[in-house]
Structures are given as structure tokens and as C-alpha cells.
Design a protein around this ligand. Structure first.
Ligand code: HEM
Length: 406
């Protein structure tokens, strides 16, 4: 097939679904010469990629090997902490990190966040209303979907609100390493400086929580240290940085994309407004229909046969969750946005051993946000044209969504 799927193409990035449909039907295990990777689009195959132990989650090691800054030793802090991200590890490292982390991130620690989330949501809706009354433009992303998960994840970790801005700047700098954004200067060195500053900051917080534990994630992670397989300080710092990343923009985009489609399908919004007990299944449909996840990125650890093709050892594999989520083999009438859809076996939180650890938290945030918006702002509507999508392989979300509240 001469056709090459390429998310770098702005039209494909804005609406990848027609191409996903074509690939699922005609070339479900597709070699993209443009992306230099295998593109996997069927529901059953995406699950296989996640489950196959010969397909590695460690895409850092091959990347580092070809990175000039790494060879020069100028991104040592980044390497030091990113190497502890469980999402990049295979068993047995992954098993150990995930088990220890699970001790700190319990169902109780998530449900304890409920009153805090309610408070943040109420405060942000008040803020949007105040802006609208002053005649200022309200951007649903900047004014609601972005700050909500940022505040929640900081609260979860135990980062004081006053430090939010600083942590955000370092976090954006580290993201330069992972993302595709073009910036002035050397993005790897900026990411390295961000990683250093963030690590120093968390070292300070670890010292404070060691002296005086609180009811937060860092204190819990320090307690998980008492285990005989203790977490090292580097692993704790690495995990805190991972949580900031994993827990923030993913959830922003869930709350953002879901809202966009609820507005575009007004009948579904009205349905929710008249029965907010649908919030739970609505959030599952937000996750499925155009969810915030891009591709599961993997590297073949051996030659693998899939869909009649041979994926060679060392080649990259991108398994697209949003493509799987509209597979007619897995969903009835998959192109229909239905907030009451049942069953809904979407793959947006991944599958297998790396299944998202934050799924209960992301669901809770989105359910509370959706319910309170429907109750307090039933007349909310989009006021801009077609939104611009972020250019990213990992995340899927829009940059801005201007809205009218009343
Ligand atoms: C892993 C999606 C929110 C923490 C993952 C994976 C996906 C995902 C697809 C698997 C990655 C892979 O297999 O390579 C999402 C989405 C979210 C979300 C769509 C929001 C809507 C969160 C939140 C947190 C979090 C709020 C933390 C508070 C993690 C962690 C992992 C992970 C720690 C790694 C698990 C492992 O490797 O075993 N997430 N996530 N995520 N997520 Fe989430």
C-alpha cells in the first residue's frame, strides 16, 4: 500500500477518524513510512499489542541511544528520573514499581478527594460566571478544563497551591522532551533544567513530609518505602513527576473533548441536563468517542506476526486507542455519540499491565464536572468556530473552546 498514515498532516490530526476507518478496513497493521512506525487500528489488535510480552513499553532506551544530548551526558537528570516512570518499564521493574505505588494510591485516597474536587469545580464555575457577567470571553479550556485537574493532582501529591505556577513551568519544560512542539533554543537542555528544578523541589517536599507526614501522596509513598523492596528517593521523585504528567492534560482533554461533543450533539446534552444520573455513562462515552489518549507507544522486542504482517524486532508500534474505540467489530453503531451507551468497552485507559492507575480519579473528576455543569449551566453553548487541535501523538485535545454561558 503506497498510502502512508501521518498524524503530522494537519487535516489528519484535526480529524483522524476517516483515515482510522480506512486503515481498520483495508490495512489494520499498517507501516507508516512517514511516522516510521506500525499503526494498529483494530480493537482486538490494540489489545494484543498491550498484552504481548514480546512488545516492550521501554521506548526510552532506543530513543536515548540516538540522542546527541544523551551521548554528551547533558540530559542526565532527565534520564535519571524518566527511567523510573513505570509506564516506560517492563516486568519485573514495572511490577515492583506498580505494586508499591498501588499501596499509596488506594480507592480510599481517591474517594477522599471528592469534597476537594467539588470545591474546585464550584469555584471554577463561579469564576466563569463572574467573567461572563463582566462581558469577558470565557474559554472552557483555560477557565475550567485545564485548572481543574491541575489543582486536583497538586492536592493529591501534597504540592501547596502557592507553588502551582512554578511547578507548571518546570512541567511544561520537561514536556518539551516528550512532545513535538518547536521552541526557540535547545528543547532538550530546557527539559533538563526543568527536570533538575523539579527534582530539587520534590526533594524539599520529601524532607518536609519525612519530618512531618500528612495525608497526601508523597507521605504515602514515603511509607511504602518501609517495605523491604523500598522505593528509592529517585523513584519517588520520578513517580511524582509522572503523576503530574499522567494526571493533568489527559484529564483536561477528557473534560474538553467530551464537552465539545456534548455541545455538538445538543440532544445528548439536553438528555444529560434532564437526567444527571447519566453522568457516569456519559463520561464513558466521552472517553470512547474522541478520547484524550493518542497511541500506546511500544517497541517490538522480537519479530512478531500480526494481521499477516511481520513487525521486526526494534520497530516502533503505535496502537491507536481512538481508532479501536470506533471499531464496528467491537461497538454497535460506533459513529453515534450516545451518552447512555451500554456496554462500552473502550480502550482509552489502555489495557493489560499498564492499564491507567489514575482511571478512578479521572472518572471521578469528569463525572463531578459534567454533573455540576449540567445543573448550573444548562444553557452553555460554543461560541467559536471549529476548534484547533493540539499536534501530538500522545494526547488528543483542543487548544481553546470559547463559550457563552447564558
Ligand atoms: C497509564 C490514559 C488519567 C496515572 C495510562 C495509560 C493510558 C492512560 C492509555 C497506559 C499507557 C501505556 O500502556 O503505555 C489516561 C487517560 C486519563 C488518565 C485517558 C484521563 C482521562 C490519569 C490520572 C493519573 C494517571 C489522573 C494519576 C493521578 C497513570 C499512571 C500510568 C497511566 C501512573 C502508568 C501505569 C503503568 O505503567 O502501569 N494512562 N490516564 N492517569 N496513567 Fe493514566
Amino acid at each position: 500500500m503506497t498510502y502512508a498514515f501521518d498524524l503530522g498532516n494537519p487535516a489528519t490530526n484535526a480529524n483522524p477518524f476517516p483515515e482510522f476507518a480506512r486503515l481498520r478496513a483495508e490495512d489494520p497493521v499498517h507501516w507508516s513510512s512517514a511516522m516510521k512506525a506500525w499503526i494498529i487500528t483494530r480493537h482486538a489488535d490494540v489489545k494484543q499489542v498491550a498484552l504481548n510480552r514480546q512488545i516492550s513499553a521501554d521506548r526510552l532506551t532506543p530513543f536515548f541511544k540516538t540522542n546527541a544530548e544523551y551521548q554528551r551526558g547533558s540530559i542526565d537528570s532527565l534520564v535519571r528520573y524518566l527511567n523510573h516512570w513505570m509506564v516506560f518499564r517492563d516486568p519485573p521493574d514495572h511490577t515492583r514499581l506498580r505494586r508499591l505505588f498501588n499501596k499509596a494510591f488506594t480507592p480510599t485516597s481517591v474517594s477522599n478527594l471528592r469534597p476537594g474536587i467539588e470545591g474546585i469545580v464550584a469555584h471554577l464555575i463561579d469564576g466563569m460566571e463572574a467573567k461572563a457577567r463582566r462581558g469577558e470571553t470565557v474559554d472552557y479550556i483555560a477557565d475550567f478544563a485545564y485548572p481543574l485537574p491541575a489543582s486536583v493532582i497538586m492536592d493529591l501529591l501534597g504540592v501547596p497551591r502557592a507553588d502551582l505556577e512554578r511547578v507548571k513551568i518546570w512541567s511544561d519544560d520537561i514536556a518539551l522532551f516528550i512532545g513535538t512542539a518547536q521552541v526557540a533554543g535547545n528543547k532538550y537542555l530546557r527539559a533538563e533544567a526543568g527536570a533538575k528544578a523539579m527534582a530539587d523541589y520534590f526533594l524539599g517536599l520529601i524532607a518536609a513530609r519525612t519530618a512531618e507526614p500528612r495525608d497526601d501522596m508523597i507521605s504515602n509513598l514515603l511509607l511504602a518505602r518501609d517495605d523491604r523492596e523500598a522505593l528509592t528517593t529517585d523513584e519517588i521523585i520520578g513517580t511524582c513527576i509522572l503523576l503530574l504528567f499522567a494526571g493533568h492534560e489527559t484529564t483536561t482533554n477528557l473534560i474538553g473533548n467530551g464537552f465539545l461533543y456534548a455541545m455538538r450533539n445538543r440532544d445528548q446534552w439536553e438528555r444529560l441536563v434532564s437526567d444527571t444520573s447519566l453522568a457516569e455513562s456519559a463520561v464513558e462515552e466521552f472517553l470512547r468517542y474522541d478520547g484524550p489518549s493518542g497511541a500506546l507507544a511500544r517497541v517490538a522486542g522480537a519479530d512478531i506476526e500480526m494481521g499477516g504482517r511481520t513487525i521486526r524486532q526494534g520497530q516502533r508500534v503505535f496502537a491507536f486507542m481512538n481508532a479501536a474505540n470506533r471499531d464496528p467489530e467491537a461497538f454497535a453503531d460506533p459513529e453515534r455519540f450516545d451518552i447512555g451507551r451500554e456496554p462500552n468497552a473502550h480502550l482509552t485507559f489502555g489495557h493489560g499491565i499498564h492499564f491507567c492507575l489514575g482511571a478512578p480519579l479521572a472518572r471521578l473528576e469528569a463525572q463531578i464536572a459534567t454533573t455540576r455543569l449540567a445543573e448550573r449551566l444548562p444553557g452553555i453553548r460554543l461560541s467559536g468556530g471549529d476548534p484547533e487541535w493540539h499536534d501530538s501523538l500522545i494526547l488528543r485535545g483542543v487548544k481553546r473552546l470559547p463559550v457563552q454561558l447564558f
